[in-house]
Design a protein around this ligand. Structure first.
Ligand SMILES: CC(C)(COP(=O)(O)OP(=O)(O)OC[C@H]1O[C@@H](n2cnc3c(N)ncnc32)[C@H](O)[C@@H]1OP(=O)(O)O)[C@@H](O)C(=O)NCCC(=O)NCCS
Length: 199
């Protein structure tokens, strides 16, 4: 997988200045999310949770983790995108948005990586993760921690995240779900071995 052609100008025109990554062999482009992506992000979140994590959590957890998409959810993500504390990227191919992810630099937190099941196991999630790690590094964040869902353990371990403890994550509704507290120290070499900055 080759990563190239980082265009920092695109994100410097929005709230954060980083890159666009083209995954040549996947025909996937990763770019900063914009408010117009809100519906695609929420709809993808719902599908990914209810399909990819369905054998790991009971239905009531899945239903709380990702409720049926509606205007309230779309508005919530639109406000988050406008606010800019949580930085979102989307991965898209010719069919549209096939994945997204986010970090909260102030908290050194990896908040999300979600890939549409129809695009699973093609390296899209890994590409999003590398992009977020580079984004964190560009913001001076030297480690990322998170509450990972248990279905994503192999994915994050493969990417170099270590398990700190097995615990619970409190959803916004107050409901708890089993999770893994994970962490990774970031270095330029380990996150983007093939990337080059754009001029
Ligand atoms: C977890 C998730 C983001 C992975 O996305 P993806 O694009 O399929 O992941 P990749 O193709 O980049 O996988 C990279 C490696 O991670 C591991 N991996 C990924 N998904 C895996 C799975 N379901 N089972 C076992 N290993 C897996 C594999 O080692 C894989 O490499 P391989 O395909 O060469 O064996 C995706 O399944 C998803 O959206 N899940 C639901 C949402 C979620 O739980 N997100 C995490 C919230 S904390």
């Amino acid at each position: 997988m080759r990563m190239a052609d980082l265009d920092r100008s695109m994100w410097s025109d929005t709230q954060f200045g980083v890159m666009v990554i083209y995954e040549d062999n996947l025909d996937v482009n990763i770019r900063p999310a914009i408010v117009a992506d809100a519906i695609a992000i929420i709809d993808l979140h719902f599908t990914a949770v209810h399909q990819s994590a369905s054998s790991f959590y009971p239905a009531e957890v899945l239903n709380t983790w990702s409720t049926q998409p509606d205007e309230t959810r779309y508005d919530h993500i639109r406000r988050a995108l406008e606010k800019g504390e949580e930085l979102f990227v989307v991965a898209e191919d010719a069919s549209g948005v096939i994945g997204f992810g986010s970090i909260v630099p102030l908290l050194q937190e990896l908040r999300a990586v979600y890939v549409h099941p129809r695009a699973g196991r093609r390296g899209v999630g890994s590409a999003i993760l590398r992009c977020l790690e580079q984004l964190a590094l560009d913001r001076g964040v030297l480690q990322l921690q998170m509450d990972a869902s248990i279905n994503a353990e192999a994915f994050y371990r493969r990417a170099g995240y270590e398990i700190l403890e097995r615990g619970v994550h409190r959803l916004r509704s107050g409901r708890e779900m089993a999770c893994l507290k994970m962490k990774k120290s970031l270095t330029q070499e380990m996150t983007h071995p093939h990337s080059r900055p754009a001029v």
